[in-house]
Design a protein around this ligand. Structure first.
Ligand code: F6P
Length: 324
């Protein structure tokens, strides 16, 4: 393989730039020409493709976001869109792709291979940490630390005013950010999509806290929780315990997606970027590079897409024990 391209797709994640850098520098090291595609599959369709050199990725290892920009492409979901993308890939003589993204990205890459035979190796880039085949995804550690910093600050004001705070963190289908930031922030309860925490249990936890003279409480809610988002959960609680209890809701939102990547994310992203590139050069296709138990592994896209990544329910049990 003499010519490859790299792109970022789906929700951005801190550390994506470190991953792009590793792909580009790895390609230069191995004497392979490397191209960047802007705005994910949209850029592939529109031919927004440019040659990259070692210099193109100078001074980006520490930057959040993605210099290649990102998008969720609707057009690539259509056969016409993919045909246009293939024509551009052919025009530039690109023989293989490194895709940095999540399951939507890998689903697109799988269909693209089935239709046109262009191989892709993926690197897991999403703050949600919801991909089977890697212990951690690029951006997760930074997002947890960003959420934690906010939780610590909210705890100060919650404590000063004897308030209950519901803090919503990202995680459409996944409770990883909620669990990690909740444990580290000393939350009274963590609510995640994978495990039903009935409102009655939340009320019970709050009441037990009051019985022990706890004057403030922090409940971390993943946005995709079965009882609803943090606002909905707070409304349900106030219907049960009354409005005289002082409650507030804070939604952390997209601040979790930005910022300077942690050392952990930069190192992980570098390993996964180089691992994806070298896998591609050695003939891997339709697989995602991951790090499991500190070993670089390749997992077929069909498994990363199909298999759930279970949370560690023991950690939820621990939250309850540690908040007595
Ligand atoms: O997949 C990452 C993620 O940050 C989710 O946690 C969140 O639900 C979603 O992206 C938000 O997407 P958007 O940026 O399109 O609003």
């Amino acid at each position: 393989m003499k010519r490859v391209a790299v792109f970022t797709s789906g929700g951005d994640a801190p550390g994506m730039n470190a991953c792009i850098r590793a792909v580009v520098r790895g390609a230069v090291y191995h004497g392979v020409e490397v191209f960047g595609i802007r705005r994910g599959y949209n850029g592939m369709i529109n031919g927004d493709i440019f040659q990259m050199t070692s210099h193109s990725v100078s001074n980006i290892v520490q930057r959040g976001g993605t210099i290649l920009k990102s998008a969720r492409s609707r057009e690539f979901m259509t056969p016409e869109g993919r045909k246009k993308a293939y024509e551009q890939i052919q025009k530039f003589g690109i023989e293989g792709l490194v895709a940095i993204g999540g399951n939507g990205t890998f689903t697109g890459a799988t269909i693209f291979f089935d239709e046109f035979g262009i191989p892709t190796v993926g690197a897991p880039g999403t703050i949600d940490n919801d991909l089977y085949g890697t212990d951690h995804t690029i951006g997760f550690d930074t997002a947890v630390n960003t959420a934690l910093e906010a939780i610590d600050k909210i705890r100060d004001t919650a404590d000063s005013h004897d308030r209950i705070f519901f803090i919503e963190v990202m995680g459409r289908d996944s409770g990883y950010i909620a669990i990690q930031s909740g444990i580290a922030g000393g939350a009274e309860l963590v609510m995640v999509p994978e495990v039903l925490t009935p409102i009655s249990e939340v009320v019970e936890t709050l009441k037990q806290g009051w019985d022990r003279q706890k004057s403030s409480s922090i409940i971390v809610v993943a946005e995709g929780d079965e009882e609803g988002n943090a606002t909905e959960v707070a409304e349900k609680i106030s219907r049960q315990i009354g409005t005289e209890i002082d409650m507030r809701v804070t939604t952390l939102g997209h601040i979790q997606r930005g910022g300077i990547p942690t050392a952990y994310d930069r190192i992980l992203a570098s390993r996964l970027g180089l691992g994806a590139l070298e896998g591609l050069l050695h003939g891997q296709k339709n697989v995602m590079a991951g790090v499991v138990n500190n070993e670089l592994v390749y997992t077929p896209f069909r498994d990363t897409i199909r298999l759930p990544k279970p949370i560690n329910e023991d950690l939820l049990r621990m939250v309850k024990i540690l908040s007595v």
